[in-house]
Write a protein that binds this ligand. Structure first.
Ligand code: ZN
Length: 166
């Protein structure tokens, strides 16, 4: 973002002023809070092990006092380096990364309700063999398989990945 940024931890909306115009946007801390909850539900990690960090890129200037986890560019690195306690072992880290990769939803489906629904279904829905997005049950409308169910990629129509249902 560019321009001047006004906001605080408690405001639901933050303001950006830019060329004498005013824009409001959702408090990114609140947005990240939902991300933390989704990550915690997906990985089983407690909230205390998931840190929220907001990094503004671009030329934006903060015009109000910001919490330590709201920074610009290099400030994000400094914030991360301010933690020196190991939280996860190397094995736990790879397990968490794999879980996140497998649970990722197609962009555009990422509303909160679908997040939660997707997380709940994750255990029985496979990941697309082509692009790794979540797959959902679909019914073939045409061809010799008409009426039969199959796993279809949620990135359809961009991705045509399918799997048979066993
Ligand atoms: Zn796919």
């Amino acid at each position: 973002m560019s321009g001047w940024i006004f906001g605080s931890a408690n405001n639901s909306k933050w303001t950006q002023t830019f060329h004498r115009r005013k824009f409001t946007f959702q408090n990114p801390l609140r947005q990240n809070f939902k991300h933390q909850k989704a990550l915690s539900a997906l990985t089983g990690l407690p909230d205390s092990k998931i840190h929220s960090l907001i990094i503004f890129t671009g030329s934006a200037t903060f015009k109000t006092f910001m919490p330590a986890n709201v920074t610009r560019r290099a400030g994000g690195v400094m914030y991360i380096r301010s933690f020196d306690q190991q939280v996860l072992s190397a094995d736990e880290t790879s397990t968490v990364l794999e879980t996140i990769r497998a649970g990722r939803l197609a962009p555009g489906l990422a509303t909160n309700r679908q997040h939660v629904k997707g997380l709940r279904e994750r255990k029985r829905n496979p990941a697309c063999p082509k692009c790794d997005h979540l797959m959902v049950k679909r019914t073939a409308k045409r061809g010799t398989q008409a009426g039969n169910q199959f796993w279809g990629c949620t990135a359809f129509p961009k991705c045509k990945g399918t799997l048979p249902i066993e």
